[in-house]
Design a protein around this ligand. Structure first.
Ligand code: 5GP
Length: 179
């Protein structure tokens, strides 16, 4: 594995290795398996960034479970309503179900605010958040993640699903920008 990595015009340095990620993902899954023992769960992964994390996490889950992939999108509605947010891709009936939202990173937490408020309209039994990365210094949302892989400083990261201008998602470790 290269310590330094160039993605487009920026240089990144390895920050969390693939071994450290694997260990943490296994430990998150173990915690979820224990907390939801005997219950069914629908995992809802937020694309694009969470595809790799969701895939590795699910392999370690031994509950009766489903997985669905969503995307947040916003568009301009009529002038009176302004910007409208919608969730694309949630085909499962989540009414009365346990939901775990799977995210790659929670930064300001504003995306999660929108996701949760849209989901709550469908009256799930419970909603929890599992995020591989969390930036506490940047957070100003209403829903702190319930399961956190790594709390990290407020610096830009790529790899393991996370992109820089759509590049770098394929990297198997997480790299931090070098100023
Ligand atoms: P929020 O600020 O709403 O919590 O996060 C919005 C989105 O910004 C995340 O889902 C993620 O796509 C992106 N993001 C936030 N911080 C980073 C980062 O350090 N690296 C990358 N690649 N994306 C980030």
């Amino acid at each position: 594995m290269n310590r330094m990595m160039k993605v487009l015009d920026k240089t990144f340095e390895v920050f969390i290795t693939k071994e450290e990620i694997a260990k943490e993902v296994a430990s998150l899954a173990k915690e979820i398996n224990k907390d939801y023992e005997g219950e069914e769960v629908i995992f809802v992964a937020v694309l694009n960034g969470s595809f790799m994390f969701a895939s590795d996490l699910m392999k370690e889950i031994d509950l009766v479970s489903e997985i669905s992939f969503i995307k947040m999108s916003s568009y301009h509605g009529t002038e009176s309503t302004g910007r409208v947010d919608e969730l694309i891709g949630l085909n499962n009936d989540i009414n009365g179900k346990n939901i775990i939202i799977v995210e790659d990173i929670i930064d300001s937490g504003l995306t999660m605010n929108k996701i949760i408020s849209l989901m709550e309209m469908e009256s799930p039994k419970s909603v929890k958040i599992c995020s591989l990365l969390y930036k506490p210094e940047a957070f100003k949302g209403n829903h702190k993640p319930d399961y956190i892989g790594f709390s990290i400083p407020n610096a830009f990261v790529v790899g393991y699903g996370l992109d820089y201008d759509e590049k770098g998602r394929n990297l198997d470790a997480i790299y931090q920008i070098k100023e």
